[in-house]
Design a protein around this ligand. Structure first.
Ligand SMILES: [Zn+2]
Length: 458
């Protein structure tokens, strides 16, 4: 089984174990008591995928069975008996892995309804969880509700609501619904308490002078504010993830207690001190190569997405819009593409030493605004990290188990008993070649099997 970083989540995991105990006739009385309130409901469906090559999040099991009851995985292995009457999906010649997690995705759209529709679109590409570190609390509530049903035809949604910035710094954008300018440590506690009360899944903060952008340098976030945000969040059981693409500012955020960096280091090579700091803090690292590749060369990067999309899953007109004159003008008003190409040299070169250092490397696209085709861009992010020197196994483990660990969601990212039945079936082996991620044919969310083609047609 995959390396587990913690126990399965208590409430539903316990219920699944209870049911299994009941079926097996062991511990029946205890299980029956625990089950009493839901005993009248229809029994959860049990079904299996058999004979597939299963990547469980860290290792590969040939000719394996995945047994699923309700929204949970019951068993995974080579000699798993399938109960009589259980439906069987023939997995011979196919590849099964945990559902992908995009650890930095903004979903685009100008309304909550459009963003919800975009969230759903990601399911067809094998994404079963999406982390969105930016948005209004109103949109957060809509997206949560949209994806809440245990078997909703949508990835699970995790988000931070508004990003926390600082006066004169990144986030001081006069966008009151999606950013909060934190004026100091006391204010940090007030703001974080408010977000925690709204039910956000994590906190996002920014410490960035915008060295990579068009305007004069901005102010950075004072260290005492960074520390106060982390302290306030920890008090509410929340992690803080930082937008901090400069090495020295990322290091500040890590020293202040950041649980992860939402962009890779863009401005210079990572050195031993930085890698040690990542190791000591256990923080996660999300390169978001796609957004910076788009900034460096939107026409080329959209072309790469279209070339990756061998089955034409995204309409050609979408690609044309993404690299059209308006898109190019919007990008050039934000960044200098030539300067960005120089930064990209560092971003790409930093991926491998960070992974080798043992840091929790995971993946996100920062998609939603510029030059990225939903779903396709996420796969290409993984391919780009492979090209940067990570093995397919490192990449796929980071995109599943690593992301679950980053987000503190130990109920997913791994195919093992008690975990959520969120998984992907492919007709080609992504461990042999990451571009085979294109061949996601079926997706299981919460134990419900979806045909990717049906999801795309919906
Ligand atoms: Zn972002």
């Amino acid at each position: 089984m995959c390396h587990l970083h913690a126990r399965p989540s208590a409430p539903t995991g316990a219920r699944t174990l209870g049911r299994r105990a009941l079926l097996a006739g062991a511990g029946g009385a205890l299980a029956a008591t625990a089950l009493a309130p839901i005993a009248a409901a229809a029994p959860p469906r049990t079904w299996a995928i058999t004979g597939a090559t299963v990547f469980d999040g860290s290792r590969t099991l040939p000719e394996a069975t995945v047994l699923i009851t309700g929204d949970r995985i019951v068993q995974v292995g080579r000699h798993v008996p399938v109960p009589p009457g259980a439906e069987v999906v023939d997995g011979r010649g196919r590849f099964v892995m945990p559902g992908l997690i995009d650890a930095h995705q903004h979903l685009g759209g100008s309304t909550a309804a459009e963003r919800a529709a975009n969230l759903s679109k990601l399911l067809a590409f094998g994404y079963t969880t999406v982390f969105d570190p930016f948005g209004s609390l109103a949109d957060f509530a809509v997206l949560k509700a949209h994806s809440a049903a245990p078997d909703a035809p949508s990835p699970r949604y995790l988000g931070t609501g508004p990003m926390l910035g600082s006066p004169g710094g990144w986030g001081d954008f006069d966008m009151p619904e999606t950013t909060v300018v934190v004026t100091g440590p006391d204010h940090a506690f007030e703001v974080v308490d408010g977000l925690a009360a709204a039910g956000v899944d994590a906190i996002k903060a920014a410490n960035d002078d915008w060295f990579w952008g068009r305007s004069p340098l901005l102010k950075t976030m004072p260290i005492d504010t960074q520390e106060a945000i982390v302290r306030a969040a920890r008090r509410r059981g929340l992690k803080v993830f930082f937008h901090a693409p400069a090495k020295r500012l990322a290091a500040q955020a890590l020293e202040a207690g950041a649980a992860g960096l939402l962009h890779g280091v863009l401005d210079e090579p990572v050195d031993r001190d930085f890698l040690r700091l990542l190791g000591r803090t256990g923080a996660s690292y999300v390169s978001t190569m796609m957004i910076f590749e788009v900034f460096g060369d939107v026409v080329g990067t959209v072309g790469r997405q279209q070339a990756y999309d061998r089955r034409g899953l995204v309409p050609a007109a979408t690609y044309d819009n993404l690299r059209g004159p308006e898109a190019i003008a919007a990008i050039e008003s934000t960044v200098d593409p030539a300067a960005m190409r120089a930064h990209l040299v560092h971003l790409r070169a930093n991926a491998e030493p960070v992974a080798r250092s043992g840091a929790n490397v995971t993946f996100g696209t920062d998609g939603g605004s510029f030059g990225e085709a939903l779903g396709i861009a996420g796969h290409l992010e993984l391919v780009l990290n492979g090209e940067a020197g990570l093995s397919p196994r490192e990449v796929l483990s980071g995109a599943t188990l690593g992301a679950a660990r980053m987000l503190g969601r130990h109920d997913r990212g791994c195919l093992a008993p008690g975990k959520l039945a969120d998984l992907v079936l492919l007709s080609a082996d992504p461990l042999a070649d990451l571009t085979n991620l294109h061949f996601v044919d079926q997706v299981v969310r919460g134990g419900r099997l979806f045909q990717a083609a049906d999801l795309r047609a919906a």
